[in-house]
Write a protein that binds this ligand. Sequence first.
Ligand SMILES: [Zn+2]
Length: 570
Amino acid sequence: ASGKVDVPFRGLYFNDSDVYKWLEAASWSLATDPDPGLERMVESAITEIADAQRPDGYLNTYFTFERAHERWTDFDLHEMYCAGHFIQAAVAHFRAAGTRRLLDVAVRFANHICDLFGPEEQGKQPAIDGHEEIEMALVELFRATGERRYLEQAEFFVDARGHGLLGEPYGRFDPSYSQDHKPFREQDEVVGHAVRALYLYSGAADLHAETGEPDLLEALERLWRNMTTKRMYVSGGLGSRHEGEAFGEDYELPSGRAYAETCAAIASVMWNWRMLMISGDARYADLMEHTLYNAVLPGVSLDGRHYFYQNPLADDGTHRRRSWFGCACCPPNVARLLASLPGYFYGVSDDTMWVHLYAEGSATGNLGDRAVRLAQHTDYPRDGNVEIEVEGGGDFGLMLRVPSWCERGYTVEVNGEAVDSPLSSGSYAEIRRTWRTGDTVRLKLPTPVRFVECHPYVAENTGRVALMRGPLLYCVEQTDQPGLDPRDLVVPVGPEPSVRFEPGLLGGVTALTVRAEVVTPQPAWENRLYRTANAHPDDRRAETVELKAVPYYAWANREPGAMWVWLQSR
Ligand SMILES: [Zn+2]
């Protein structure tokens, strides 16, 4: 696109965004794991990108040569979406590498967009992009540069939505596909293309974080409530429909036909993290953790080289991860999330350190003019014991999340003594004291296996249970139960499954052994699909077997076979 090689554009019109997502991932990765080879690749990518920028600041390789005259004529073609990913990559590179080399290119492009688009009364073109993304990018650019103009532009894009500027997306979808059915501040149901919706909510949350406007937060809370109580899979996966990669109606959550795009789960993590930063409310951290383990992680194979685009909760063994996709949004999105994951674990507010997520590691936070280091030692989520060592003394608060999955029996101790602050599941335990280096906090979170049931309006899940232990959702794979048809298995709620860590299984997982009954259909069902109810004595044969369940994130990593999350329980 810089004109150095004379070849026509190849690929999809939004493929630039994949390069930008890679660049963002590489930038975060270099911040924690220096690698001269990767650094050279990043530097040469930046050179090519800078050389491809047009003199007026415009940058999109699809519209550079043969389609230059079609720029900004069709807002379904992701120009601002690609711009958003570019700006996010530039901000990441600026923060990680500390140079403005890429940021300056992004600023020129952002200025080009700000000059062109806006309210008619300012002599600009009122327009929005069919695929949200630019909103959160512009707020980040405002944070990186201090230029208020980018914040105002983000606000324009959020509020211009819902006024019919897009018409019918791609000429065939309803405006709700791009969340253009009504003004954002009035929206109350999560609708349309799930990734677009969740990027919009993330952008609106960023906007609220900077402006404090209550209308925005009220809309975000309404949408979050609708999503989490009516339109979300037990995995945290989002988007029930293949048609339009979209959210469904309330309680429309088919397991086998679930779309649940990996990108939608990633976007949900981003949105929940922003809601957590705004509110300090543990329910957002709970969902962020749940989504990371059960909706993002299944998107990648255990060898890290194969990906799911869709994440069904039941399968016949034909859905397998692939090494790449023509529409390759998910793999580089996984990369940038995993590369930036350390940033999601801890938080700092005035005189308080927050621990949102649990894993072995450490973090240093600045409280005023002093640095406090927390070192976390744990096997989480294999068990729920977390030890945190404090380095750096003084008066400050420590907030530890007691996850909502842990319903009873949790304790917090400092140096072996129980903490007397009130504890409750699904909130942060606050420990405020005069700390001394070497103080040790022990959080104990019991991890019994839980049988989870679903709202009865999701008809497909009626009479079924899913298994969870700690933050992990479980599933049953055919390969662990040879000769059994999982459709015949009935798992009674009650008997505590046995729990065993198997180091050689699926990279090391805690497997569950569950007592189940094998209940096969009566012979009278042969050659029929329907019959009059009630007239038949229950002569089903039942034998008892042991059923093995493994974490859902690890499914489809062995020989192909059927998989179920929801198991019959009566
Ligand atoms: Zn994707």
